[in-house]
Ligand binder design. Structure first.
Ligand code: CTP
Ligand code: CA
Length: 226
């Protein structure tokens, strides 16, 4: 397959980007999901590709089209997302923008759950999903040189996000304020803080596309020496 963007500061580099929600099955016809639109993750994949990067976008179900010049791998569950990301290794860059479900149903039914007439209500037992960002950040000699996570917070944004960065061992965390007063969740704008080991940049409210552009440029700048 011919590449669409054959030049740029990220030419010769490979990136994995996660985006969208995950769907966690309850039975063959039902699932647990969240309201992630995938807009930010898809925009990042698009902007990295425009800089010449070879991008694999691993995404849960969204209403968005595959960005130009990006390889889209469509998955449903967090477990599928982890396998798809591992299959896309090695990579120079990983950006985890997906809203991965923290839990899945442990007692997934093989057949559609039915009302049996007795008024018995099924109970869902949850179990924790794998953490894709933490797994990629701690992948040993397979670890991408630059691993970027996101953190949606409603309070103590910088403190919570910087604790998350250390816990997961990624290089940068893009923290966004999703408190209802900002009105950004699910919308086209984002107000983010980019947190690294010993610096924090506070970006103004920008379109998700503009956030993606700036982030792609910052990534290219970081990797320009190698
Ligand atoms: N993430 C991931 N896999 C998971 C959970 C989260 O890859 N199972 C990634 C997200 O894509 C994001 C980052 O981890 O880049 C932070 O996600 P977030 O939900 O903010 O953090 P959690 O560790 O799940 O903590 P909490 O939801 O309790 O705030
Ligand atoms: Ca979470």
């Amino acid at each position: 397959k011919r590449r669409l963007f054959k030049t740029g500061p990220l030419f010769g580099k490979k990136a994995i980007v996660t985006s969208g929600p995950t769907h966690e099955p309850i039975d063959p016809v039902r699932y647990i999901a969240n309201r992630s639109s995938g807009k930010q993750g898809h925009a990042i994949a698009a902007e990295l590709a425009k800089l010449g990067c070879e991008v694999t976008l691993v995404s849960g179900p969204t209403r968005l089209e595959a960005p130009n010049g990006v390889k889209l791998v469509e998955i449903e569950s967090a477990r599928d997302m982890l396998v798809a990301c591992q299959n896309a290794l090695p990579a120079d860059i990983a950006v985890c923008a997906a809203a991965v479900a923290d839990w899945r149903v442990d007692n997934e039914a093989g057949q559609k759950l039915k009302k049996d007439g007795s008024g018995q209500i099924p109970e869902l037992k949850l179990t924790e999903n794998p953490d894709i960002l933490a797994t990629l950040s701690q992948a040993g000699d397979q670890r991408p040189k630059l691993v970027v996570g996101f953190a949606a917070e409603t309070q103590n944004i910088r403190e919570y996000a910087s604790a998350k960065r250390i816990r997961k061992q990624c290089d940068w965390i893009v923290a966004n304020d999703v408190s209802p007063s900002t009105g950004t969740f699910g919308g086209n704008e984002n107000k983010v803080h980019v947190i690294a080991r010993n610096q924090c940049e506070d970006w103004p409210t920008l379109s998700k596309k503009e956030v993606a552009k700036r982030l792609a440029a910052k990534i290219a700048d970081y990797l320009k020496e190698d």
